[in-house]
Design a protein around this ligand. Structure first.
Ligand code: AHG
Ligand code: MN
Ligand code: MN
Length: 329
């Protein structure tokens, strides 16, 4: 029988006692622990109906309405990170950076609850995180620490609260899948060194936006729809959950591409996904699993952000298909 590796053991082995890595390990352990609590809340479903309620008339920092669970998830993550070496938290739900631990040496950026529109529908939602180094001496404004291209991330991952609560994590040496074991309470390593198949016949996109898309995007989807008889010479399948974490997990499992392009709607010029706490962590995980991630023209991990809550067109998944899509652009 193969060895059972808990998240704790994995983190200890990876860190090997090195202080900088141990700090990252502590942050990831805290986020995973907060995730278990959030998963419990999500699992109460309609018994906890108020979690899907919109908070007042308020919109969050990115201009979306805020649901009760968006805010509760952020509170849980913040509380979990307090005793860890994390100096600041950047979050979808907060306009400015939140101070965490003055002695911290890391910054964490999170989408506390991804897939808010699915909260009350018994469909997977999740939490996405990105971890960057922080050096008080170097970063005059703590914001400078998060305004870094994604290639500077030291770790990234997401939790998906579905039939299983999973943690997909990278520390820059491959992408690993951990599953929360309800019996022991531990996260157990289920898949090490995930590899996304390079080729695929499956794409995920919100096709109701077709009339708003630009020409390359429309052409790509038309060619997929043309199937075997079309220029792609193969029949495609479409899968779209509407929670990026769930769509990403499917892609890490069997390949595929996820697309959220920019479109002509006001506020969607750069798509919907946020660069720092959605696109960057998913791009890091994807590349570490042999896949690709682009905004159509530029590798996601090479983009320097100009705003904490900036949006970015996002295409990620099977490498050859991502390259094909980039060629349409
Ligand atoms: P969030 O719930 O954090 O705002 O993110 C939702 C994202 C992503 O999870 C999903 O794939 C996409 O928005 C869905 O957008 P549409 O509702 O426009 O299809
Ligand atoms: Mn999200
Ligand atoms: Mn969110």
């Amino acid at each position: 029988m193969s060895e059972i590796v808990t998240l704790q053991t994995y983190l200890e082995r990876w860190a090997g006692g090195a202080p900088a890595k141990t700090a990252v390990a502590e942050a990831v352990r805290a986020i995973a622990a907060a995730g278990v609590g959030i998963a419990d809340l999500v699992a109460r479903g309609p018994l906890e109906e108020s979690l899907a309620k919109i908070r007042g008339a308020e919109a969050n920092a990115g201009g979306d309405t805020q649901k009760e669970l968006d805010v509760v998830a952020e509170e849980r993550i913040l509380a979990a990170l307090k005793p860890t070496p994390v100096a600041f938290l950047a979050s979808e739900e907060s306009e400015a950076l939140i101070p965490v631990n003055p002695a911290g040496r890391l910054v964490v950026a999170v989408d506390p609850l991804d897939g808010s529109s699915n909260i009350d529908t018994n469909v997977s939602v999740g939490t996405i995180y990105s971890i960057l180094p922080y050096d008080a001496g170097n970063h005059a404004d703590p914001k400078d620490a998060v305004m870094r291209p994604g290639r500077d991330q030291v770790a990234a991952g997401f939790l998906a609260y579905g039939p299983a609560t999973v943690l997909v994590a990278t520390f820059g040496a491959g992408t690993q899948v951990f599953v929360h074991d309800r019996e022991s309470g531990d996260f157990l390593l289920a898949r090490a060194g995930v590899e996304i198949p390079a080729e695929t016949k499956e794409y995920g996109v919100n096709q109701s936006n077709v009339r708003h898309w630009d020409a390359p995007m429309t052409r790509y989807i038309e060619d997929c729809l043309a199937g075997k008889e079309g220029p792609r010479g193969k029949d495609f399948n479409m899968r779209w959950v509407g929670s990026m974490v769930a769509d990403a997990f499917r892609i890490f499992t069997r390949g595929g591409v996820y697309l959220y392009p920019g479109d002509k709607r006001k506020g969607y010029e750069s798509g919907r996904l946020r660069l720092i706490y959605e696109a960057n962590p998913v791009a890091f995980l994807t590349e570490q699993a042999g896949g690709g991630a682009t905004d159509g023209k530029t590798r996601i991990l090479d983009i320097t952000p100009h705003h904490i809550h900036q949006r970015i067109p996002l295409v990620f998944g099977s490498k050859a298909e991502v390259e094909t899509i980039a060629a349409y652009y």
